[in-house]
Design a protein around this ligand. Structure first.
Ligand code: ACO
Length: 363
């Protein structure tokens, strides 16, 4: 158990939409194939030189014209917007955030996006620690558990901001109809606090009631995106050759292997987290899985004995947004009133690494 409560959630998705029909025009595929095999109907993607209008938090109240401003639409600006929505819902002042974690496998800056996001939302640089965490589609799940441990480690840390943001369409092989149909881009964010709050009752338990995380590098070949430099001879003191000017290979995926890994391990890790929480499946109000494929969600729900009505999904409009998918779906469920205060949500992330994990959250 981790004595931390989720108190704010937010999300942001790129403006450009690609529908299944759009893909039909460039690939030997059909809307029907994609919908029946995956549940996906459209996805949002970051485009080169894209911009978006955001509320200008720095605008002075008396200056009516500065309500909105145009910013580049990048992974970082989506992360900032999602974080601002989550902070507003939480009521926590950004200067009171102690830890910022950005879970991503596709940052704008390979050195990390978290510090610049923390700065942009107004965190106090004299106290905040911000860093990226890479765990593919398990990233957000691993991020909230890591943040919970920071808030429960006996230090003065009280508030954390966890962002899940990915733009895997940058790395997807658009010539591979097997994988390019699956992915979309987006960002989501959650604010967690170890402050019990006036209305938090000890007997209800706190936010992360149980959790479990795993990885198995033996399966890394099944889903990967590997750095490949073109060797460029550079005379070094040791007269060696270092690899420079390279980039990453496009993503490669064995869809069937990933599918069977997910349907085998996700029910097991959810049962492990439930056991740790001392709870049964009947006590869970919602099942929220990484939004990879509706068929994976159906199999997991069936193996756990949960009806599909309890499954939260918005995969059909966003596709697989990797580390963003869980907060993107939870944000919608909270803001539409589907998830209510006190509800128990069983969450699971899974993906490349291979990596997978589950957390039982009380909202
Ligand atoms: N349109 C039409 N036909 C297609 C397409 C397409 N877009 N893609 C593949 N096909 C064909 C295949 O070529 C194959 O044809 P064949 O039988 O003539 O060889 C046929 O459809 C069936 O292919 P399968 O691979 O068996 O299809 P499957 O039912 O397994 O679905 C899918 C493929 C959707 C990729 C599925 O395996 C899946 O969702 N796997 C999980 C992938 C995943 O979630 N990855 C992300 C993990 S998260 C992360 O960390 C990034």
């Amino acid at each position: 158990k981790l004595s931390v409560r989720p108190i704010g959630i937010g999300s942001a998705a790129p403006q450009t939409l690609i529908t299944n029909s759009d893909l039909e025009s460039v690939h030997d595929t059909t809307d029907e194939w994609i919908r029946t095999r995956t549940g996906i109907q459209s996805r949002r993607v970051l485009v080169h030189d894209g911009t978006r209008k955001v509320i200008d938090a720095t605008a002075k109240e008396e200056d009516e014209k500065s309500g909105e401003k145009e910013v580049p639409e990048t992974l970082r600006t989506l992360g900032i917007e999602a974080a601002q929505h989550a902070l507003t819902m939480s009521g926590v002042d950004p200067s009171s955030i102690d830890v910022v974690i950005c879970a991503t496998s596709s940052p704008d800056d390979l050195f990390g996006d978290a510090p610049s996001i923390a700065h942009a939302v107004g965190c106090d640089s004299s106290k905040v620690v911000a860093f990226d965490l890479t765990a593919a589609c398990s990233g957000f799940l691993f991020g909230i558990v890591t943040a919970g441990q920071y808030l429960n480690n006996g230090s003065k840390n009280k508030n954390a901001l966890v962002i899940g943001a990915d733009a895997l369409t940058r790395w997807v092989d658009w010539d591979d109809r097997n994988s390019c149909i699956l992915f979309g881009d987006g960002a989501g964010a959650m604010v967690l606090t170890s402050d019990g709050g006036e209305d938090a009752k000890e007997e209800d338990g706190f936010g992360i009631l149980g959790y479990a995380m795993h990885s198995n590098g033996g399966g890394y070949d099944d889903l990967k995106c590997i750095y490949r430099g073109e060797p460029k001879k550079i005379t070094t003191p040791g007269d060696g050759t270092i690899v420079q000017d390279g980039s990453y290979d496009l993503m490669s995926m064995n869809g069937r292997k990933v599918y069977s890994f997910a349907t085998r391990e996700v029910p097991a890790v959810l049962e492990e987290a439930l056991e740790q929480a001392g709870m049964t499946v009947d006590q869970v109000d919602h099942l929220l899985l990484h939004q990879a494929n509706i068929r994976i969600m159906e199999v997991v729900a069936e193996r756990l004995g949960m009806p599909m009505e309890k499954v939260i999904t918005n995969l059909y409009k966003y596709g697989n947004t990797s580390a963003a998918s869980i907060p993107l779906a939870l944000d919608e469920a909270v803001r539409t009133g589907r998830v209510k205060k006190g509800d128990v949500i069983a969450c699971a992330g899974f993906g490349a690494g291979l990596s997978w994990g589950a957390a039982i959250l009380r909202w």
